[in-house]
Design a protein around this ligand. Structure first.
Ligand code: ATP
Length: 450
């Protein structure tokens, strides 16, 4: 069966259910900026929590960091961003639109959207010009005495400049890693792919410091490890691939890079990049700052090499939603369902009193809900017909719904409904919390057809 998902359906579901809203809408909107509503926040938090679990909590060799968004401006000189963090842009003199010269195949001509820029006789593109992607700001209240600064375009540099602090204080010996989740800002010009590319986004980056001779091996290790993370969280392997960069594509700091790509509705696109950065960053910051960033242990002294898996929270969230989106006909009606991995689902369980007017049913349902929400995100919904309530939970991807009905009053059992199979089972109300917790901890693979 062909995949039914399109970007428009994801945008519309996101809005309908309050995952993501266009930003500043009452002022006419701001291109490439989005606001996250309740379920979007919960989903995004779950993506970050699963990353942190896999990268920090379940490992002995990686520690966490939260560095500033505004760093000393010299950081960006040393890192090469002032000089080299550019996108090549072309303008079309005919339609007045601006495009990334290296991504024309992903852009649409302003006059004939079925064509790419430059493909029609009318297109009149300028030579590529370079445009720095960093947002500039100023520190200090007085214009003359202030200092130019930048909003960080990646979280990585905050990690490099803290290498010495962490190596000394956390007493780590390479190989070890420093992980950080946080906002990054880029003055992107390519717009129109929803939350795939935005001005402001969140990154999940980890810098892994290794003895130089081991770097290649660790690079392969992290490509494999990060690929598996997406598969474990339910992305279909048929929609994931690893794409090594050609020599002409490599960033200024990179010796080797592979992208993990996902087959989005816009085509195969980068989800995460894994780069072998060599000693580029530690050497550059040592040179510019005058502080030697190296590993010293008795006689042993060297500048570690760095392997960096750099992922995007928002792009991951989009991939998880796209992969999960499904439609099916049930009893003659269309059912839209987000088949999210339960560990990612914004709400784990919904508690639904079948007859909300019945005070006894409502009391039991409320008590169950209050018990469940002590360990998982639960939702209590007593508005509207039961079918509508199920549909609402299906669309936000809630894996289980517990329904309390008249039978509950007789024998203290409830119905547990499974989002994917639609199977319904009666279980004792006293076991409900344990059943939900057990199911949540179990392995899961997407039931969505390829
Ligand atoms: P692209 O080539 O798509 O611009 P990139 O190679 O510049 O991405 P990196 O610098 O490797 O991206 O950043 C690491 C990750 O951060 C990306 O894989 C992506 O998930 C995320 N990311 C980068 N730029 C954006 C953006 N503008 N909006 C949303 N996520 C982004």
């Amino acid at each position: 069966m062909a995949d039914v998902v399109t970007m428009d359906k994801i945008v519309s579901l996101s809005r309908r259910r309050g995952f993501v809203f266009p930003s500043s809408e009452i002022y006419g909107g701001l291109a490439s900026a989005y606001d996250y509503g309740h379920y979007g926040v919960l989903l995004k938090e779950n993506v970050k929590a699963r990353w942190f679990e896999a990268m920090v909590r379940e490992r002995d060799d990686i520690v966490a960091l939260d560095s500033s968004i505004i760093l000393h401006p010299k950081v960006w000189e040393a890192s090469g961003h002032v000089e080299g963090f550019h996108d090549p842009l072309v303008d079309c003199r005919t339609c007045k639109l601006r495009f990334r010269a290296d991504q024309l195949e992903h852009s649409r001509c302003g006059r004939k959207p079925s064509k790419h820029p430059g493909e029609t006789d009318e297109c009149d593109l300028t030579e590529p010009r370079h445009f720095n992607l960093m947002f500039k700001t100023r520190i200090g209240p007085v214009e003359e005495t202030g200092m130019d600064a930048y909003l960080r375009p990646e979280t990585a540099q905050g990690i490099f400049i803290n290498f010495k602090n962490v190596a000394q204080i956390a007493r780590r010996k390479p190989p070890f890693g420093i992980a950080q989740i946080g906002k990054a800002f880029r003055n992107e010009v390519t717009t129109g792919h929803f939350i795939f590319r935005t001005l402001e986004f969140e990154q999940m980056e980890m810098e892994y410091f290794v003895p130089p001779a081991e770097a290649e091996e660790w690079f392969r290790y992290w490509v494999e490890e990060r690929f598996r993370w997406y598969v474990r969280l339910g992305l279909r392997e048929s929609h994931l691939r690893v794409r090594p960069h050609g020599p002409d594509e490599l960033s200024h700091y990179s010796r080797q890079t592979s992208d993990i790509e996902y087959l989005y509705p816009i085509g195969w696109s980068e989800l995460e990049g894994i780069a072998h950065r060599g000693d580029y960053d530690l050497t550059a910051h040592s040179r510019t700052s005058g502080t030697k960033l190296e590993w010293v242990d008795g006689e042993e002294r060297y500048t570690p090499h760095v392997v960096e898996p750099a992922a995007g929270v928002n792009r991951s969230m989009l991939a998880f939603m796209v992969d999960a989106y499904d439609e099916e006909e049930v009893a003659g009606r269309l059912r839209v369902v987000l088949r999210l991995h339960p560990a990612l689902a914004p709400v784990k369980v919904a508690v639904l009193p079948l007859i909300p007017r019945n005070a006894e049913i409502a009391t039991k349902a409320r008590a169950l809900y209050e018990e469940l929400r002590r360990s998982v995100v639960a939702e209590y919904d007593d508005s509207g017909q039961i079918g509508r309530r199920y549909r609402r939970q299906d669309e936000i991807g809630t894996p289980w719904a517990l329904t309390i009905d008249e039978q509950t009053l007789v024998d203290d059992t409830v119905t547990i409904r499974d989002r994917d199979s639609l199977a319904q089972e009666r279980i004792p109300i006293s076991a409900a919390r344990a059943v939900v917790e057990d199911r949540l901890a179990a392995d899961w693979t997407s039931p969505k057809a390829d």
